[in-house]
Design a protein. Structure first.
Length: 161
């Protein structure tokens, strides 16, 4: 009986295997340039809301752009200097550097009406929908049915004129 074993093309040598094992066993390290931030995208009848957790970001230093249906949020946290007067660091996970996220949005966004606000470390970007794609309530007008006696009166009025 023969078994087919697929070879992982990413593990071409012993060094690659050793690096893979070491990375798996090591403490997680974050690539500061690639690290993003968590966000939620919510849709209601009138707009899309993008809520991003940006604790520690200065709202004045945030850059929000919308181009070709892509919302981009860029921010920067200045790195605190490693103050050895407090003691020796054993773990250092405080974020610093430039952070960036972009998300594709539908073509229904009214680009000229986009706004943003920040409260308690949560950035909320309001992306209103274009008026033509917003739900519209259609009023139903009821027509009265003419009964036999009303029809006679209407017919009598028509003949008397």
């Amino acid at each position: 009986m023969a078994y087919m074993i697929k070879r992982n093309k990413n593990l071409d040598s012993y060094n690659d295997l050793a690096r893979f094992v070491n990375n798996f066993m090591a403490e997680p390290e974050f690539d500061r340039q690639l690290m993003g931030f968590p966000l939620d995208v919510i849709e209601n009848d009138k707009e899309y809301l993008v809520k991003a957790s940006l604790a520690g970001f200065d709202p004045e230093k945030l850059e929000i752009t919308y181009d070709n249906n892509v919302l981009s949020i860029k921010g920067e946290i200045n790195e605190e200097s490693e103050d050895t007067s407090e003691g020796k660091y054993h773990v250092r996970e405080m974020r610093s550097g430039t952070f960036f996220r972009s998300i594709s949005m539908p073509q229904q966004v009214d680009q000229n009406a986009i706004s943003a606000d920040s409260y308690n470390g949560i950035l909320t970007v309001h992306l209103p929908k274009k008026p033509e794609v917003q739900p519209r309530k259609v009023e139903v007008k009821a027509k009265l049915q003419k009964t036999g006696s009303q029809k006679k009166i209407v017919d009598a009025e028509k003949t008397s004129k």
